[in-house]
Design a protein around this ligand. Sequence first.
Ligand code: C5P
Length: 439
Amino acid sequence: MSDTSRLAGRRILLVVSGSIAAYKALELARLLGKAGAEVTGLLTGGGTRFVTPHALQAITGRPLAQDLWSLEEEGEGRGHIALARQHDLIVVAPASADRLARMAAGFAEDLAGATLLATQAPVLVAPAMNWAMWSHPATIANAAILANRGVRFVGPEDGAMAEAESGPGRLAEPPAILAAIAELLADPAPQEPDLALEAALDEAIAAGDAPGPLEGRHVLVTSGPTHEPIDPVRYIANRSSGKQGHAIAAALAALGARVTLVAGPVAMPDPAGVEVVRVESAREMLAACEAALPAEAAICAAAVADWRPAHLATGKIKKREGAAPPSLELVPNPDILATLSHHARRPRLVVGFAAETEALMANARAKLARKGCDWIVANDVSGDVMGGDENAVHLVTREGVEDWPRMAKEAVAARLAARVAAELDAMTAGAPPVPGERP
Ligand code: C5P
């Protein structure tokens, strides 16, 4: 049980948007009041279709906020700026798919939008919608954008829905929302927002019969290091563990993609539901990638060796007493990312990684142009990233840079997979599918 005693005297703005679950907002308002919080209700246009202003005002015991253009509300201190500043926390419960989209886009055409845009208070969102709406790539992308900004999520849960269907998208129960409010008031610093959200998104896809947003799409992923043989027993290698690439393959599969994972030598188990092609060298990796085309997206997370020995000794190179050590002549390896980016059967979306120890962003931007890919996931590998469980990355696109908070590699993978789903969706709206890929 969470400690709700810290709610006493705290000012909470309860935004109720349009969802059949809005009736539960009344129960939440009651629980908040019981815990000693001062609750003001804000009803959106959609919200008024499901609960009446009278009910919300009566249960909070405070004048309601409703209309951005009401001189009366403004005059009584319920204008958007006052509402944004006077509250310790804003909770949007239920948050409809439309409300999440408006929040993600920063719309301010109604009182809820303007208030949420003007506030610096922590914001908690409790989504509620049909499972298909929650699982749609647009909603997934909107939720990821909000989580990335530090908005916290509670729910949605999996269960019975209004349409006599069942799935993920059910509003969290009022006591759970109350507990999340108490927790957020105790620790308003932005959390690792993704962990809870990405888990919920994963569940949303895995649970029930919801088809994933990448259903029917083929995605190619490279992962791990390559080994470049010197002789039959020696090779050049690097410290890549394959954790990030394998997690990406798993996250894409969880969203319904058919995934081909071309993996260098790693100790990682094969992710479930993924076709794994094991290779050793960069040249084998390139051949396996080309054989896997066509694909709608390629995510090149492998740490491919830049060079290989010019000559492969057929027998073990002998150490000779008193003789100088052998010198190793190196030749460049093919660049798989650049090759895929300029391929006749180029995937629609090509994503590379940039592992740098210095001038991270400048190098990442230069790499985007040099390789011809669409996105670069840039990470600083000067710490313990290689082989570690966490990653702090920046997503570099042609439009700009997103700084993602440090999080588990699985969370980076889930967020990247959601972005890939949303991007492919946007790219293929009305466009024919990649030949041979979709029925
Ligand atoms: O040039 P650099 O190795 O820093 O680029 C890293 C990105 O390029 C990664 O996405 C990696 O998978 C890809 N790469 C590749 N083939 C190479 C070298 C790098 O696909 N030979």
